[in-house]
Design a protein. Structure first.
Length: 188
């Protein structure tokens, strides 16, 4: 189990994840797209799958909606931010940790190499990547709050990313704060 703050959340085993996907690993559907956002694509010709958050309803619990591309969320809801301190990077919907604030976990049905997202946070945020054995393989840190209309030197919707040979799960975590995630993308 990963211990983040006061939460213990297990990384789902691959056999559990595979049963959730039910042969949904084809890359066609309304819930995702091949990324075209310039900050989400690399010059090394990686093809990114970008989750389309706009297909979610406000306050919808997000778990298996993206199983068709091999992504399962835990402790996550979709919101249309009403607080101007948390603007969206694109569209109207972002992800928020709930019901327990401070942690979102994302499990991958097949390992991925790179995971990227835009985050806005009220506190220092860590994006951590884990391998099949639940060992930390990479981490990206937003050093402090980056709320809109604040005195932060870091703008809102800061791009964070992790990269490793085989990422099986990532977590976004903050202590005693809130954060939003937008334009979540990954490549195999």
């Amino acid at each position: 189990m990963l211990k983040q703050g006061s939460l213990d959340i297990p990384i789902l085993e691959n056999r559990q994840l595979s049963s959730l996907a039910k042969d949904k690993l084809g890359f066609t559907g309304k819930n995702h797209d091949i990324c075209s956002h310039p900050e989400l694509t690399d010059s090394d010709n990686f093809e990114y799958i970008c989750l389309n958050l706009e297909t979610l309803r406000c306050f919808e619990v997000v778990t298996q909606q993206y199983a068709d591309v091999g992504v399962i969320f835990e402790n996550c809801i979709a919101i249309h931010p009403s607080n101007p301190a948390f603007p969206t990077a694109s569209g109207n919907i972002v992800l928020l940790a709930a019901p327990n604030c401070g942690l979102i976990q994302v499990n991958f049905l097949q390992p991925v190499k790179i995971v990227k997202a835009f985050v806005t946070s009220s506190q220092r945020l860590e994006m951590s990547a884990y391998n099949r054995d639940r060992q930390l393989v990479d981490r990206s840190i937003l050093v402090g709050a980056n709320l809109a209309n604040s005195n932060s030197s870091v703008p809102p919707n800061m791009l964070v990313q992790v990269q490793a040979a085989e990422i099986h799960a990532v977590t976004f975590s903050v202590l005693n704060g809130q954060f939003t995630v937008d334009d979540f993308s990954f490549c195999r």
